[in-house]
Design a protein around this ligand. Sequence first.
Ligand code: ADP
Ligand code: MG
Length: 792
Amino acid sequence: MVKETIRVYARLKPLGRRQQAGTYSVGDEKSASSLEIVVPRDLADGFVNNKRESYKFKFQKIFDQEAKQDVVFDSIAKPVAECALAGYNGTIFAYGQTGSGKTFTITGGAERYSDRGIIPRTLSYIFDQLQKDNSKVYTTHVSYLEIYNECGYDLLDPRHEASRLEDLPKVTIMEDPDQNIHLKNLSLQQASNEEEALNLLFLGDTNRMIAETPMNQASTRSHCIFTIHISSKEPGCPTIRHSKLHLVDLAGSERVAKTGVGGHLLTEAKYINLSLHYLEQVIIALAEKNRSHIPYRNSMMTSVLRDSLGGNCVTTMIATLSLDKRNIEESISTCRFAQRVALIKNEAVLNEEIDPKLMIIQLKREIQELKDELALVTGKQRTSELSQEELLQLDELIETFLEDSDPESTLDIGADMRKIKYCFTYLKLRQNHSKISDEKLLSHHISEEKDTNKEAGKEELEKMKELLQQRDNEINILVNMLKNEKKKAQDALFQLSSASAGSTLLKQSQSMTLEESRNPSRFFSLKEVEDLSSSVHRLPFLSRMKEGKMSLGCQEAFEVFKQDHADRITIEDNKQLLKQRFAEAKCLGEKINEVRNKINHLKGEITQRCIQRAALAVSNPSEELDALDPVEEKLRAQIEEEKKSYKTMFNRLKGLKVEIEHLQLLMEKAKMKLQKDFEVWWTEEGKNLQTQQENTELVSSPNTAMVYPQFIKSSQHLSANSFSETTRADSNEDSTGKNSSILFNNPTTKTRTPPSSSTSIPLTGDSQTDADILAFIKARQNILQKKGLGNK
Ligand code: ADP
Ligand code: MG
């Protein structure tokens, strides 16, 4: 690694005969030279605030006007070329105003052979060295890039015969993830010897010259970078060294404002060339300490020369100066720039890398050598793989060893690395396999148990929650209903007591309920209820409801709902009518039976009479047998009479049957309507309760929220058992109506049972209402017990 500042040289161009020389002096010190430029009186007088007359600049070395190209090359370029040959990157760039000798220094003069510049001399030197060095294999390539107006052009493209710069292939900059700059489209031409390389240089220079027209002063405004790429490697060694040597002819450094007017000498005029302005910025940034960002990307030239400036490169600058009187100011500018560049430190590293292909070849060779050696020592030729037979033998050996219970037992497979490795692999596989299968078994078992337990518990919990919500809401609805009932009763009582006739009515109704309760025939037995419920199975709606379980609370609510329903009177009327018709039919049936019996009896009498008369004719043949028997005639007349009444009664019964069936249908319809109305009401009530709870936050249980779906469910599952009044008609086949019956039950008698034990339900605080609630709950329990459902 070479860490050093950029070496800065100065070269003074010989002055023409007509040029008036400025005053300067070159002083040689130990390790550096100094250039003192004296500003002439006539010029200095014009500068405002300028009291200085001379400027002193330090350079690595100053080449005065007489300095020849070979001397310049030896001092400046040779050391850099040597670095490039050793594997380091190098850059030599010439900086100065147009006409100061940049191209002369870098490329050389066209007239004399001795005027050859740094590029041809470097090429010559490098190829000389390469020829001398037999220890390495070298490969050399050259590229020639011109940057004009931020555009790169390939000067070495042989396919193009350029008449204009724009005809040349355009070169663009690419940056890889490691921030390395790559030049796309810049051709790398291989040059195996000096001649080839010089031909390429000539081609590039021709292109450069042709492209230059008076309209585009390319040579003064463009930068040219000639690069020699060297790669070297020692035979048998996988490392390759790469190096690049940039020989740079920069654009003219002249500035916009010419000197002589108002102090411009000190304030620095602007560059004509913008990329040189960016070059200066990069150099200022690099000279500053603790500067993290260097604006290389601002121009193509600084991007390409990135490594040369503050990077991995041995860099040298030649400041070309034309020190005639008119160019004093530009010369001072150039020197100032050179002073800044001299502060920049570069760190050149050896560009070495290992070629993987070469590495593989080398290692393979090494392996073969070792194998040969081994075969020689053991006397056996070995392949890298064990044979199938050897593998089977090994398997057997390992298994026997593992199964052997003797702790002293050993596994002897000989001193063969392949066999030893195979044994370890075998054991590892065995170990892993048993571990995996154990883990699998265990985890499977655990997860299964966990899952089922969790699932079951969760499901159970959800069910319980649902049920609890349902119950809470049912109780709330029932409490509301009870409150309404109570209010209605109170209102009625008030109306009755205010009216004079009211009291007797009340008494009547009370006595009626008393009478009803005393008449056990008007209640259902449990058996009857069951019979009834089964009798209504043919109704699609009711059977649908019976499929699911209806909640007890819902049943209760339905009982109460029925009492207040508007259709109740119609149903009641129809029921009464049906009852009457049934009674009529029953009576008629009995009468018909009587008539039938009578007819049968008369028929029997006639037969008797006939037998008697036949017997008489046998014993007493004189009797007039053929004469009509008046008794028989009378009996026959009677039969005819009875038959007539039978027919009338039968027709009447037929009519009754039709009427009864019609009434039954009507009642079923009414019941369905009732059921539907209840469903709607129940759902509405559930909704209302929910919103009420949400609004007032007066929730008795937190689980009462979101119960709406359960309400619909429970109302849909109203069982047929909830109908305490049902009709049954099996009269289709039984025309006599013998088995027909009308069953009637009034549930209000049951809900008015006096209150007793308390139940844990939300109470209102009002003593009267609470008593009613408790009574209601008790009554509900009674009903359920009677129905054999028992509420716990
Ligand atoms: P630049 O490239 O800086 O614009 P040139 O290299 O083209 O300048 O030089 C301008 C002229 O000066 C050319 O004709 C060149 O031959 C001549 N010249 C420059 N430097 C020297 C030198 N050291 N010796 C002889 N002639 C030179
Ligand atoms: Mg030039």
